[in-house]
Design a protein around this ligand. Structure first.
Ligand code: ADP
Length: 326
């Protein structure tokens, strides 16, 4: 009988990725292999919010893993309207929402506009020094919802052609980097080798990686469990090669040099993925995207956190997953 008793988690949190809402008819991905349900994605977001609200242990916070509204909104002059519609549900939600930025955020808004927008959830960062990189244009921060558990939001488009002014030093540096691997006229077209070097991806600057390294050093010392979230997946076995962050190898090297990291969560690749890195024990989760989920299904999860593990309870196409701490 005892085994059947519900074990109370320390806390729970909600996860959702790639809502890509737009008030337009259904369409397809670039290769026309997957249907995209632009309008009904808003209902699937509402389903997630309702389920989290009614959960036995309601989430302490939600992680929105990026691409909340689709790039098509820009062409229709509907970016603000779509963002309002997508954020409306979150407004009345009784817990903080941590927004990650994806490529579709940059199709709709400039980096400076995003920093001023409600998609900037940096107000939920820890108030202690070092909770964000010194450079304010890098959208990354650390938060500690419960002592012993730290979460890090990373900016996967810090080094990118997206969101950076064409006249800027950052844009020039990103162009130099992508051109080293991608000689296609259309930079959204992946090269044959290192396919991730496309314009719809990006990477992490040295400043951001150094800051992450310092956050993780401190977490190691305090014996904390760290979960890192970003829009772009980092581990090649957790996703399609086209969807990885440009300098995923450098990021993995930083993660691998700290024992505090237990999980890395991303969106971007709508078919999802999971891999446990055998060398580091880190769980790499790519969450299935709402946008390519039928209106008759769902794509979100709630993660229950315990002293020795996290348990993802998926809804609809999101599979359950156990993240044991090593
Ligand atoms: N293989 C490709 N060749 C050229 N352009 C592409 C290719 N794949 C995607 N794109 C373009 O890149 C942009 C981002 O692709 P998209 O599939 O919309 O990304 P996401 O999966 O984030 O929604 C779109 O403008 C799309 O048309």
């Amino acid at each position: 009988m005892d085994e059947c008793r519900f074990q109370e988690p320390l806390f729970t949190f909600g996860v959702i990725a790639d809502v890509q809402y737009a008030d337009i008819d259904d369409g397809y991905n670039y290769t026309r292999t997957r249907k995209r349900y632009y309008r009904s994605s808003l209902q699937l977001l509402k389903n997630a919010l309702d389920a989290w609200r009614g959960a036995r242990v309601p989430p302490l916070f939600v992680l929105q893993l990026g691409d909340l509204i689709d790039g098509f909104n820009k062409a229709h002059g509907a970016s603000e309207r779509a963002l309002d519609a997508a954020l409306r549900g979150f407004d009345s939600f009784p817990a903080p929402v941590h927004h990650v930025w994806g490529n579709h955020e940059f199709y709709n808004f400039s980096r400076s506009a995003l920093l001023r927008s409600r998609l900037n959830s940096r107000q939920h960062a820890d108030s202690s020094p070092g909770s964000a990189p010194a450079r304010p244009d890098i959208y990354a921060y650390r938060f500690t919802p419960v002592p012993g558990f730290t979460f890090v939001v990373l900016d996967a488009y810090d080094v990118s052609l997206l969101g950076r002014e064409e006249s800027s030093e950052e844009y020039r540096g990103a162009m130099e980097l992508i051109r080293r691997y991608n000689q296609n006229q259309d930079l959204n077209c992946p090269p044959d080798v290192k396919q991730r070097f496309t314009m719809f991806n990006g990477g992490f600057s040295q400043e951001q990686l150094d800051w992450l390294d310092a956050v993780l050093t401190s977490a190691d010392e305090k014996q904390e469990r760290v979960t890192i979230v970003s829009h772009l997946p980092a581990h090649p076995d957790s996703t399609d090669a086209v969807c990885l962050a440009w300098n995923c190898e450098e990021l993995l090297a930083v993660i691998g040099s700290h024992k505090s990291v237990v999980c890395y969560m991303a969106g971007h690749a709508h078919d999802g993925g999971y891999h446990r890195d055998e060398d580091t024990g880190v769980h790499h989760l790519t969450l299935d995207g709402v946008i390519e989920t039928s209106p008759y299904s769902d794509a979100f999860g709630i993660v229950s956190v315990y002293a020795d593990r996290m348990e993802l309870k998926g809804s609809g196409r999101v599979m359950d997953q156990l993240f044991l701490f090593s």
